[in-house]
Design a binder for this molecule. Structure first.
Ligand code: PMP
Length: 407
């Protein structure tokens, strides 16, 4: 083995990639061979960035706004972010409590790297967005998984506050709370968010609150963690432009925390990436300033048509249990009964759907393992026609599998 290979830290060599990207590659390969692939795999809206945002990006280029900026982001951007959060959540955020980053993922990375090292523990709800445990592991820290409780298709997944508190040890520093939740589409109510904050207060912990889906809320009951008084003593808040404004490729996100915290984390940021892309920052200001009608229209389309159709269609698949997702754009059906009947593992079932019918879904086990066993994730950020066609194919295949079994 070469030195360049041998000397890499084992923990980095052992990290898991993000399954979404793996399945995108598998789907591309199938499509290249002429298969009509329907992908429920990707976590991004299917529409391009809204026109007024693109126009501002172009203007930034025309103005030759192409150099480094302040590490935390241009003042206009930090002001626009603070104003957005304050108007919406009465959050009392000051512009110098905002650190703009290269996507929400970088905000997560900075927060994890700044707080967690060897010997430290972080409580992660499972199923979970994989970046949290993987970055914690990369830093030498230990993710401690607390499963969400599956309460059947009428109630979906619930946060187990007691189990979270039980998981706290003398090594715990952080609890990660994603709301609305990826991959389950669950929405945690104000009492639950407050209970998590209360645990943080009692044990002197920080809550890394990822609210990147805060605009994808289809029923009442969402309250940002920033609207609770005293959040500045315990919260590291993550959000970004990727989902709300369909700007995944612009790489713009942000971290919000008390000023002394931001000042310190900024030192890590400047050493890692200097500043977020200048052009994206100008576009990001235009996004927040509005008009917001395109966002509202997009969210309405997700709620009224896509979500309702995907749930209705999935509930017609034999053996599927489907909770109505209340936020984000994911649905996380339980398929355990189909697996029992057919003897397939979750991954085998997902591969089977891909190779027999050209339908991309993700196995729940990539989020990141046990609690997702027996579940699959579908992102319904595609047209209603494709949703019907895709779930129709899943239904036909499951019916066929079950009929073969019965014979
Ligand atoms: N947090 C969650 C919960 C996400 O689902 C995603 C994207 N899939 C991100 C963060 C990362 O967002 P970005 O593309 O802005 O880095």
């Amino acid at each position: 083995m070469s030195a360049v290979e041998k000397l890499i830290r084992p923990v980095i060599a052992g990290l898991r990639g993000e399954a979404g990207f793996l399945y995108i590659a598998k789907a591309r390969e199938l499509a290249r061979r002429g298969v009509d692939v329907i992908s429920f795999g990707v976590g991004q809206p299917d529409i391009p960035t809204f026109d007024h945002i693109i126009e501002e990006g172009k203007r930034a280029l025309d103005d030759r706004f192409t150099g480094y900026t302040e590490t935390a982001g241009i003042p206009e951007l930090r002001e626009a972010i603070a104003e957005y959060l304050n108007t919406r959540y009465q959050a009392d955020v000051k512009p110098d409590e905002v650190l703009a980053t290269t996507g929400a993922k970088t905000a997560i990375f900075l927060a994890v790297a700044a707080y967690l090292g060897p010997g430290d523990e972080v409580i992660v709800l499972e199923p979970s967005y994989p970046a949290y445990p993987e970055t914690a592991r990369a830093m030498g820290a230990r993710p401690v998984f607390v499963p969400l409780k599956w309460r059947g298709q009428d109630h979906g997944f619930e946060l187990d506050v007691e189990a979270i508190e039980k998981a706290v040890t003398e090594h715990t520093k952080m609890i990660i709370l994603t709301n609305p939740h990826n991959p389950t589409g669950a929405l945690f109510g104000p009492e639950q968010v407050e209970a998590v904050l209360e645990i943080a207060r009692r044990h002197g912990l920080v809550v890394l609150a990822d609210e990147i889906y805060d605009n994808f809320v289809y029923e009442g009951g969402f309250r940002s963690i920033l609207s609770f008084s005293g959040w500045k003593d315990h919260v590291l808040y993550v959000n970004g432009h990727s989902k709300t404004f369909s700007m995944t490729g612009w790489r713009l996100g942000y971290l919000v925390a008390a000023r002394p915290v931001i000042d310190r984390i900024k030192k890590l940021a400047v050493n890692v990436y200097s500043c977020p892309p200048s052009i994206s920052q100008r576009a990001g200001v235009a996004a927040l300033r509005g008009p917001w009608e395109p966002v509202k229209k997009m969210v309405e389309e997700f709620r009224r048509r896509r979500r309702d159709v995907v749930v209705e269609e999935l509930r017609r698949v034999p053996g599927f249990e489907v909770a109505v997702p209340r936020g984000a754009f994911y649905v996380f059906p339980r398929v355990a009964r189909v697996l029992e009947e057919t003897g397939m593992s979750t991954e085998e079932f997902v591969d089977h759907l891909l190779y027999s019918r050209g339908v991309v879904t993700l196995p729940g086990t990539v989020f990141p393992e046990k609690a997702g066993e027996g579940f699959i994730r579908l992102s319904y950020a595609i047209s209603v026609e494709r949703i019907r066609e895709g779930v129709g194919r899943i239904r036909e295949e499951v019916e066929k599998l079950l009929a073969e079994k019965a014979r």
